[in-house]
Design a protein around this ligand. Structure first.
Ligand SMILES: [Zn+2]
Length: 75
């Protein structure tokens, strides 16, 4: 289970994130592509921000520690 680190997350983005069902959120954080590992990895120590396309998760790859990010597009 990823520990949520909210120091750079915006409150609004966090609110939006929390509206996503927990099961689906777990899936999202475990389904991030890492360019370094060239594989799907889990994102850890991530922050959440929001732009017009949706939520942006930025953090580290659990496997190699490199930076990874993913966009969660709005419906
Ligand atoms: Zn990696």
């Amino acid at each position: 289970m990823s520990e949520f680190n909210s120091n750079v997350s915006s409150l609004q983005a966090l609110k939006t994130w929390k509206t996503i069902p927990q099961l689906y959120r777990d899936k999202l954080v475990r389904n991030v592509f890492c360019g370094n590992c060239k594989d799907v990895v889990e994102i850890i120590q991530y922050s959440i921000t929001e732009n017009k396309y949706g939520l942006i998760l930025e953090g580290k790859c659990r496997t190699c520690g490199g930076p990874v990010a993913r966009v969660v597009e709005k419906e």
